[in-house]
Ligand binder design. Structure first.
Ligand code: CP
Length: 315
């Protein structure tokens, strides 16, 4: 596997889920694969779960791990091409990326949407620099448009907690004071479309996700109607795609609370975290036995380790 950005990169999802279960049952069974192999984790943005879980996954596989918070630990990188570099950025990404590639066997990158320009964000210009010029396999640790390690962990979590063969999974928009990227909901939709689930997306008008992700997906603008009979409620806030990067609503009528959860089929509550309590979800729901957010976060090690194992096997 040369890159991990979307479900097609990992192939058959039922096989991937089987492998993930094996990795979870025997986390130290493949330490030989990572011997004398190095991964560099590059963060252009903050992280708690992705940083720790990917580091743990690589360590479980016997790898050496280098973590670089590029904004603090490296030179400020110029990412525009054709510019006269007479400002405060002393290094160009065009040199930095192939240099990083000299020091490792696999590169993982986190680079969020900047919300300055939709086309630029959706072109994934930073991530693509790593794919094109590092000479190494590349894993997305959340890019401008996708968060595949999160979605794979979400799928593992749904597989572990489903009580029916084809669960109803509802992705609901929820209010947040800040503009958040569409990477998590885009990826979640992309992965759920490939999985054996019945997916519904619910959000206020104006929060439609990019058409390239939403083709063939059910949208229900009435959140309460969407929740009826659901087996999993996946909450997430995201900024508008059509009015790119704007917060159009902070309506707390969209907060996931006990009254709405009562409409479901005793649904499990999921969120990728970090989560703003009593904006996205009430204390009562996230603290309830049906909340599986911690198990979901734990499965970030499983998704990262399954992906890394595949990459190491194909080096
Ligand atoms: N869910 C997630 O990616 O968490 P972090 O931003 O803390 O890595």
């Amino acid at each position: 596997m040369k890159r991990f950005l979307k479900p097609s990169d990992i192939g058959d999802l039922s096989q991937a889920l089987k492998e993930a279960a094996e990795v979870k049952n025997n986390p130290y069974g493949h330490q030989h694969l990572g011997k004398n192999k190095t991964i560099v984790l590059i963060f252009f943005n903050s992280s708690l779960r992705t940083r720790l879980s990917t580091q743990k996954a690589a360590t479980n596989l016997g790898m050496n791990v280098i973590v670089l918070d590029i904004n603090k630990d490296g030179w400020q990188l110029e990412t525009e091409f054709g510019v006269v570099m007479d400002g405060d950025k002393p290094e160009h990404i065009r040199e930095a990326v192939p240099v990083i590639g000299q020091y490792c066997d696999i590169i993982a990158v986190r680079s969020f949407a900047k919300f300055e320009n939709k086309e630029e964000d959706y072109s994934e210009n930073i991530l693509n620099q790593f794919i094109e010029f590092s000479g190494r396999p590349v894993i997305s640790m959340e890019s401008a448009t996708r968060h595949p390690l999160q979605s794979f962990a979400d799928l593992v979590t749904i597989e572990e907690h489903r009580s029916v063969a084809r669960p109803k999974v509802v992705l609901t928009w929820a209010p947040h004071p800040k503009a958040l990227p569409q990477a998590v909901p885009n990826s979640f939709v992309e992965w759920m479309k490939e999985a054996d689930v019945d997916l519904t997306v619910t959000h206020p008008e104006g929060y439609e996700l990019a058409p390239e992700f939403m083709e063939g997906v059910k949208v229900e603008y009435d959140q309460k109607k969407a929740f009826e009979g659901a087996d999993f409620i996946y909450a997430k806030s995201w900024a508008s795609f059509s009015e790119y990067g704007k917060v159009l609503s902070t309506d707390r009528n969209w907060t996931v609370d006990e009254e709405k959860m009562a409409l479901t089929n005793n649904a499990k509550f999921m969120h990728c975290l970090p989560v703003r309590r009593n904006m996205i979800v009430s204390d009562g729901v996230i603290d309830s036995p049906n909340s599986i957010v911690i198990q979901e976060a734990a499965n970030r090690v499983v998704s990262a380790q399954t992906v890394l194992k595949r990459m190491l096997e194909s080096l």
